[in-house]
Design a protein around this ligand. Structure first.
Ligand code: ATP
Length: 235
């Protein structure tokens, strides 16, 4: 028998009011993997992350993290179970300095990184440690948002479009940083529009359309999938 996935999503449905946004999503993330969720605008990628976390309460199906259902847990208990989330809007405190932002998150699990360890992984946060959140570039904000999650000790992070709106050279650095997280054993599920970026960092891909998964393949199958993907992504 194969090893169970660290995150296992089965037949997940979600609603915004009366609007049925997810129609039964299945997804696996294995420990240590980087998995990318692809798809055009509005197909339900962000909704999938929100429904997994339970930010959207109107949902049905099953979500298991490390063999335990998290469907009934409030958000703070999901983080304590070891699953973190960085939303597209990043959620850092604009009026606080970089270091203050890093001091705030509660350590929820063993293995939460110290501020020193964080600076080792993100040297430019060290350079900017006294700068307020408002003075950071988009790339620095994204790094700070991820660094805050690492402080908590979660074992998997869900990232919503970390490269959105960033210059190519910064996208490159976010990619390097994600590889460092991987080398620390962290699992990552990310939503990404930038397919070329995703292709360089992901082990596995899922493709969504109209609130459903329409394809799933590993990085080794990527070349054979290029044409189908171009159609699905409308590029
Ligand atoms: P994008 O990259 O544009 O965010 P996405 O694939 O992440 O696309 P979602 O944001 O998950 O797509 O949106 C899925 C569907 O749900 C869309 O039709 C969207 O209009 C709808 N939707 C998203 N957020 C809400 C909301 N807060 N209230 C009502 N409908 C919403």
């Amino acid at each position: 028998a194969g090893k169970a996935a660290q995150l296992q999503v089965r037949n997940l449905e979600a609603w915004y009011g009366e609007s049925h946004a997810l129609h039964g999503v299945d997804l696996d993330v294995f420990a240590g993997e980087t998995v990318t969720l692809l798809g055009r605008n509005g197909v339900g990628k962000t909704t999938t992350l929100r429904a997994i976390m339970g930010i959207i309460r109107k949902r049905r199906g099953e979500v298991e993290f490390e063999q335990r259902s998290i469907m009934r847990l409030p958000l703070h208990r999901v983080a304590r179970a070891g699953l973190g989330f960085v939303p597209e809007e990043r959620g850092i405190f604009a009026s606080l300095s970089v270091e203050e932002n890093l001091m705030l998150p509660p350590v929820v699990a063993k293995g939460g990184m110290s501020v020193e360890e964080i600076y080792g992984i993100f040297p430019n946060l060290l350079e900017r440690r006294t700068s307020p959140g408002t003075k950071l570039s988009g790339g620095e904000q994204q790094m700070l948002a991820i660094a805050r999650i690492l402080r908590t000790g979660v074992r998997m992070i869900l990232l919503d479009e970390p490269t959105e709106g960033l210059a190519p050279v910064i996208v490159e650095r976010i990619g390097e940083m994600l590889k460092v997280l991987k080398s620390h054993g962290l699992s990552v599920l990310l939503v990404e529009q930038n397919f070329r970026f995703a292709a360089r960092i992901a082990d596995h891909f899922y493709v969504m359309d109209h609130g459903r998964m329409i394809d799933s393949f590993s990085v080794a199958d990527l070349p054979a999938r290029t044409e189908a993907l171009n159609t699905a992504l409308g590029v």
